[in-house]
Ligand binder design. Structure first.
Ligand code: MLC
Length: 512
């Protein structure tokens, strides 16, 4: 039974129960499973009337809101491909995604109309763009009111792509990981079992919905279980603690930055969170001190798990049993994980550090229209090369030891330095640049740009920051800009980032 079959079943079994509760300062909008089914069916009819066909890419550059959920589910039900995008992308970045995916429809927020409209003429595949007033559910309900619920058959082909998540690489521009109905179902089934999801769970959802963590693990996870997802449009530590207490929630999923802010919130320990049964942490390494501080403050032990866009979740510490500090736990049911030599792909013995490689029904089928990059991402015998370094303990627990790829993780968001460096290279005053991550207690890492200006073109760090703010989504903007005379290079002219990291942020690590 696929995720969508399960959801349809839940809509019948739990018809009157809230599937979603969207919380804003104006109040709570509750959507029962019956209403969810009804609205998604009407949304499907709306999409069909606008020509949506099997396999079409439909881009959702929307803030976190109920219409996002309806559209996303309706797109997948029609066997089209949902393409969620960070609403913070400036036009420059958004254009790339729409063009690369050859998206046929775009849904964006009304407030982005002026910024987005000039892009539309230069997107030949795009057949329509809808600007929605997402400020309340009633507007969307009015928008689709004329459409009676569609009666489309359930998708049958589990190998069909239903979701595309863009991830960046060490070379070139971001690429779309193609996740199939089968991938999502396999991962949700594994997590359902591993984390003991229950229909009476109440998930407090504070993550963005344009990534695997917030969209699949959290939102789909709750809907798959027939549980209730209480959605906050953005994360706020005090509101989170208040809602966890007042709504008697049972599950919260976060990234380390979120957990650190919860621990640091005023009167954090005073909230009554006894009904909580699961706090998970992922998307970045959970620091040991935070693991302990969380336990000391809330009396709950964070469950760290590991995953990536291409695979969904890979390993998890156990629900019952030892949640080992510094470890990402054991492979999820149905997921094979091995440690292999990063150059030869030879499996390595327990205790040896090598590349983490993954195989299973959860692993994406490849990158959208990028057969060469897909071929490089997999070993000849079908294991996905994660680019993460790690080891397996003799008792099966995995521990991550760094990354073989040039990647920064800030607040749980992945930032590939070449993306920022490419933007910097277009600035007339930049002769050369290197973008590195410096350790930071709150964010995990902070993006730092080291720049050699052209001798004849004076520029200030503030000007570079302002330029980046215009061309990059907020989390990729360097928090620190350093102007230097030259960058350390090896004999072949390659910039020595490890040396920069150790000189500028006092880091000695395996990354080169
Ligand atoms: C926001 N800012 C960031 C940032 N997030 N800067 C660096 N790194 C980030 N991650 C910027 C904002 O643009 C803003 O800039 C300034 O920081 C302060 O914003 P804030 O309001 O304090 O931050 P906030 O909006 O509260 O965001 C913090 C956060 C958020 C932790 C809630 O980063 C977040 O939701 N992270 C979750 C990421 C996630 O879901 N990752 C999953 C990827 S899937 P300015 O200039 O406007 O002041 C994946 C697979 C897996 O990795 O295994 O899960």
């Amino acid at each position: 039974m696929t995720f969508l079959d399960k959801l349809a079943q839940n809509c019948r079994h739990y018809a009157d129960k809230p599937a979603l509760e969207f919380v804003t300062e104006h109040g709570v909008t509750a959507v029962s499973y019956r209403q969810l089914e009804q609205t998604v069916s009407q949304t499907m009819a709306f999409l069909q009337a606008n020509g949506v066909q099997r396999g079409d890419r439909i881009a959702l550059q929307l803030p976190k809101c109920l219409p996002f959920v309806y559209l996303h589910l309706a797109i997948m039900r029609l066997e089209a491909i949902s393409l969620p995008l960070n609403p913070g992308y400036p036009p420059h970045e958004l254009h790339y995604f729409l063009q690369d995916a050859a998206a046929s429809l775009l849904f964006a927020d009304n407030t982005a109309r002026n910024a987005i409209t000039p892009l539309l003429a230069d997107l030949p595949a795009l057949q329509g763009c809808f600007f929605l007033d997402t400020s309340n559910d009633a507007n969307f309900q009015a928008f689709i009111a004329a459409f009676p619920p569609a009666q489309a058959p359930m998708p049958q082909d589990s190998s069909a792509t239903c979701l595309m998540i863009y991830t960046s690489g060490t070379t070139g521009r971001p690429k779309g990981a193609e996740l199939t109905h089968g991938n999502l179902t396999a991962n949700l089934d594994a997590l359902h079992e591993a984390w003991g999801w229950r229909a009476d769970d109440i998930l407090l959802h504070v993550l963005p919905v344009f990534h695997v963590h917030g969209l699949i693990v959290a939102l789909h996870g709750a809907l798959n279980a027939g549980a209730t997802a209480v959605l906050h449009p953005t994360f706020d530590a005090e509101k989170t603690l208040q809602t966890l207490q007042d709504r008697r929630c049972t599950v919260l999923m976060g990234v380390p930055t979120i957990h650190r802010r919860l621990v640091g919130a005023p009167h954090a320990a005073a909230y009554n969170l006894r009904h909580m049964r699961l706090f998970t942490s992922g998307s970045d390494r959970l620091p040991d001190d935070l693991f302990h501080a969380f336990q000391a403050t809330f009396g709950h032990t964070l469950l760290e798990r590991y995953g990536m866009s291409e695979t969904g979740m890979i390993t998890s510490n156990p629900l019952h049993g030892e949640r080992r500090i510094g470890s990402v736990g054991l492979p999820l049911p149905g997921v094979a994980v091995r440690i292999a030599h990063p150059q030869t792909d030879e499996p390595l013995p327990d205790g040896a550090v090598g590349e983490v490689q993954v195989r299973g029904a959860n692993v994406c089928k490849g990158y959208w229209r990028q057969p060469d990059k897909t071929a490089v991402a997999f070993t000849p015998d079908g294991w996905l090369r994660t680019g993460d370094l790690g080891l397996r303990e003799p008792d099966g627990y995995f521990t991550l030891k760094g990354r073989s790829k040039d990647l920064i993780i800030s607040g749980g968001f992945n930032i590939y330095p070449p993306e920022v460096e490419l933007v910097l290279a277009d600035h007339p005053a930049v002769l050369a640049s290197a973008v590195i991550g410096c350790p930071d207690v709150e964010w995990g890492e902070m993006v730092t740009a080291v720049i050699v200006p052209r001798p004849d073109t004076p520029v200030t760090a503030e000007e570079i920051t302002a330029y980046c703010q215009r061309h990059l989504v907020g989390y990729k903007v360097p928090r620190r800009v350093l102007l230097v005379d030259s960058l350390p290079r090896n004999a072949l002219g390659k910039i020595q980032k490890a040396q920069l990291r150790s000189e500028l942020c006092g880091v000695n690590n395996v990354r080169g």
